[in-house]
Design a protein around this ligand. Structure first.
Ligand SMILES: [Zn+2]
Length: 429
């Protein structure tokens, strides 16, 4: 390993000993001629020895710390549908802000919320929404006096423009400045990274284990060195990490709901300036980045003939669980087969469990309930439709977000729009 890199690793170890599992968990591979340093989505750190030896070891240490935070916060998986390069930038703002508050001596060419006029202490999702709202300008380096930058009309911004990586001006394309490798959710050197991953990748379970080890190390460090010895964000992260996980499909459902709700509110004026609540993060249901506010949710349960009593019960239990974790006092509830079998009513989440009165038992048509939902007052932000079977869905997407909760053996999403989640039969699958 390059001597400069070894020195940098020692600096990281000294400043944040609780990161050692991640620091030593990356697979370090010299990639001559790549002119930079990056980490792949699967934990392989590629570096050009010449490049690393030219840099100051304190800067390289900050680069390593930066990549570790991407890794811990799971930025690749959190990108979801978002444009990769802009997501990298948003994730960098969140990451560097955290490092800055943890008193890391970051190089000035790192990206900071402040330089974009954005508030501190937000998640990558929130920064992404902010940057998106600015259009093409968001992809430029922050404006500095005398930068001589050519402002572009944000109205001309397209996803394609945002997607095309531009050559770096000034700061080198290394971690912290918007080019961090697949670990940020946006592989910059796709082919090199794929090749490295083929040979050296840490498996998903190994990466999971490393994250968990770091969480344990953080918890232990706080116990021995006291509160304040680890940045508060990381203590919070470790707590969430060590909280028991939901089964996969429930995680998916949560993330689908969070994404849907996030999409509704991203245009709202004050949404993106608020922080996600600690409680919603700790509950493990609302994903990081989702602000804790109460959306209007409507549940529709498919009561066609194929919905057995156990499936119906499962749907009601899930609806109750969603309402509970979202802290909703009241929700809309309807039953529908080929028609609206039981009209929308305001119910308390408590009343969902044990409510086994099924109306309907005919065929399946998703249109009547969705059409009726458009007339509800209060208007739903989100409709969660529980169904097990094929049926006719509107061609045009409704004016609210829809999550299709597909239960039983069903394997096809009812429409091209909306977010499908396949609910497994076993609570442990
Ligand atoms: Zn980064």
């Amino acid at each position: 390993m390059s001597q400069r890199l070894a020195l940098a690793r020692r600096l990281v170890q000294e400043q944040a000993p609780y990161w050692s599992s991640a620091l030593h968990g990356f697979v370090y591979v010299a990639v001559k001629g790549c002119k930079t340093m990056f980490v792949t989505a699967k934990g392989v750190l590629g570096y050009d020895p010449e490049f690393v030896d030219r840099e100051d070891e304190a800067d390289v240490a900050c680069g390593l710390a930066h990549e570790i935070v991407h890794f811990l916060l799971g930025h690749p998986a959190r990108r979801q549908h978002r444009e990769p390069r802009l997501w990298n930038k948003a994730a960098d703002l969140a990451t560097n802000d955290l490092l800055l508050r943890a008193k890391w001596p970051l190089p000035e060419w790192f990206l900071f919320p402040d330089s974009f006029g954005l508030p501190a202490a937000c998640s990558a999702e929130v920064y992404y929404d902010q940057l998106t709202a600015r259009g093409a300008d968001a992809h430029d380096a922050p404006k500095k006096p005398g930068d001589g930058d050519q402002a572009r009309s944000s109205s001309e911004a397209t996803a394609k423009q945002l997607a095309s990586p531009k050559p770096h001006r000034g700061p080198p394309a290394i971690p912290g400045g918007g080019c961090c490798g697949g670990i940020s959710g946006a592989p910059y050197r796709q082919e090199i990274e794929e090749e490295l991953d083929r040979e050296h990748a840490r498996s998903a379970s190994a990466r999971e284990r490393l994250r968990r080890q770091v969480a344990v190390q953080i918890r232990e460090h706080v116990k021995t060195a006291g509160h304040g010895s680890v940045p508060a964000d990381l203590v919070e992260w470790a707590h969430v990490e060590l909280t028991p996980r939901l089964p996969t499909w429930q995680e998916e459902l949560s993330s689908a709901i969070a994404a849907s709700v996030g999409r509704i509110r991203s245009g709202a004026t004050d949404y993106s300036l608020r922080r996600p609540s600690r409680r919603s993060l700790l509950r493990g249901v609302l994903r990081p980045g989702l602000v804790d506010w109460a959306p209007e949710v409507a549940f529709v349960i498919d009561t066609s003939g194929s919905m057995t009593l156990p499936l119906f019960q499962k749907a009601m239990q899930e609806a109750a669980r969603i309402a509970r974790v979202m802290d909703l006092d009241e929700v809309w509830l309807a039953q529908a087969d080929a028609v609206l079998a039981r009209p929308f009513a305001r119910v308390s989440p408590r009343s969902l469990v044990g409510n086994l009165r099924i109306s309907g038992r005919g065929g399946t048509d998703f249109r009547p309930a969705l059409a009726r939902a458009h007339q509800l007052e209060p208007f739903p932000d989100l409709v969660v439709y529980f169904t097990d079977g094929d049926g006719a869905a509107p061609v045009e997407p409704p004016k609210f977000q829809v999550v299709w909760c597909l239960i039983g053996e069903h394997t096809r999403r009812p429409a091209a729009w909306g977010r499908p989640v396949w609910v497994a039969d076993s609570p442990h699958s």
